[in-house]
Write a protein that binds this ligand. Structure first.
Ligand code: UDP
Length: 367
């Protein structure tokens, strides 16, 4: 039995804490914020009668039987399917790009017409070198400018020419009327909110909130045989090699005196001139239909600086070079500290990928 300290009560930390406790280790969790759940944290809004996704939309989806079975041990899921709408100017569009979107933009009505139209729209770029070229070669300029260019530039604070196409490859393009945002077999929102999952994962495990590990690193390292660190890699090392780049978010929440503001959980605003990227209407995540009032959140991309919440890792050539140096430092601590999760690995993970990574690491971890 080892004394294991888990730093961070988000998904990676909570899964590790739960599993290692089950294996008989003496596990303790510390968390910088005053709540568990990391950015998955939800709380019930009495005013709106639904759960609030406090740090932005979290929709669980996976293609992995193992991950789906795992998460279902801690929650029952509703049948929410993410069907995003796009607002551009006065117009509304179906999204992700599907046959109905192509009908709205080009007037094409069948898969054959849509394929032929996109073939004519595509720009002949044989080896796309960035996100812009990737989109132009796949869907052409009209679709790129309507849906991608403005949204991506404000989301990442980099022009799509400076970004890797990997960011967008997660979003499907379809020649059917299927407007499901994800291709995965399983999808839903936990009934009762995400926080309840963390309460179950961490049940009975000593937990302290409001503790900043990085402020007292050597003290905490001396108190455990092994540390699982899920904060930011660069923060752990005191930003010695310079900060990695992140994108932060700012949320503006509003309770409205109307039962339904937008008729959908997520509406993306893809124009560059609109400062937010999307409006969430939380009751739709819960498939709630009642109530006189509704809660909406406008999501604004924001610059990150040390001290602000890092939401998205930004992969640019400069950050990747720094990342190599931090990873070398992390390897030197192998056997004493394990770095995991979106921040610990500096990877743009979804929730299911975080669980998958934690379970894979736990498979290899020898007690
Ligand atoms: N994206 C876009 N227009 C949209 C939605 C997404 O250009 O209306 C691009 C954008 O670059 C974004 C990426 O696709 O960062 C991934 O989108 P997703 O919705 O998966 O992002 P997340 O929910 O993780 O913020």
């Amino acid at each position: 039995m080892s004394k294991i300290l888990v730093v961070g009560a988000g998904l990676y930390g909570a899964v590790c804490a739960h599993e290692l406790t089950a294996r008989g280790h003496d596990v303790r969790v510390i968390e910088m914020r005053n709540h568990i759940g990391g950015n998955c944290y939800t709380r019930f809004s009495d005013e709106a009668g639904c759960h609030e996704h406090v740090y932005g939309a979290h929709i669980f989806h996976t293609n992995s039987q193992r991950i789906w079975d795992y998460v279902n041990r801690f929650a029952a899921f509703n049948h929410y399917v993410n069907r995003v709408k796009v607002r551009h100017g006065e117009a509304l569009y179906s999204f992700p790009i599907n046959l109905f979107t192509l009908y709205q933009v080009f007037g094409v009505r069948t898969p054959d017409e849509a394929r032929a139209r996109l073939a004519a729209e595509r720009e002949p770029i044989s080896e796309p070198a960035n996100l812009e070229e990737y989109c132009l070669s796949l869907v052409g300029r009209r679709i790129y400018e309507l849906f991608i260019e403005g949204y991506t530039a404000k989301q990442w604070n980099h022009h799509p020419r400076e970004l890797s196409a990997d960011i967008i490859k997660r979003i499907p393009i379809r020649f059917t009327f299927d407007d499901n945002y994800f291709n995965d077999r399983w999808q839903g929102i936990p009934i009762g909110g995400y926080t309840a999952i963390f309460e179950k994962l961490l049940d009975g495990i000593p937990l302290e909130l409001g503790i900043d590990f990085d402020a007292d690193r050597d003290f905490w390292l001396s108190r455990a045989d092994f540390v699982i660190y899920t904060g930011s890699l660069d923060s752990f090392f005191g930003y010695t090699d310079g900060p990695l780049e992140y994108r932060s978010l700012r949320f503006e929440r509003e309770i409205l005196d109307t039962p339904d503001f937008q008729g959908n959980a997520v509406v993306n605003y893809t124009e560059r001139s609109v400062p937010f990227t999307r409006i969430l209407e939380h009751k739709h995540f819960d498939l709630a239909t009642g109530g006189e009032r509704t809660l909406i959140t406008r999501e604004y991309p924001d610059d990150w600086a040390p001290g602000k919440i890092p939401y998205y890792p930004v992969h640019t050539p400069q950050t990747l070079a720094r990342l190599d140096r931090y990873r070398a430092r992390a390897r030197a601590l192998d056997g004493k500290v394990h770095f995991g999760g979106r921040l610990g690995e500096f990877r743009y993970y979804d929730m299911h990928q975080v669980i998958g990574a934690a379970l894979a690491w736990l498979d290899k971890f020898s007690d």
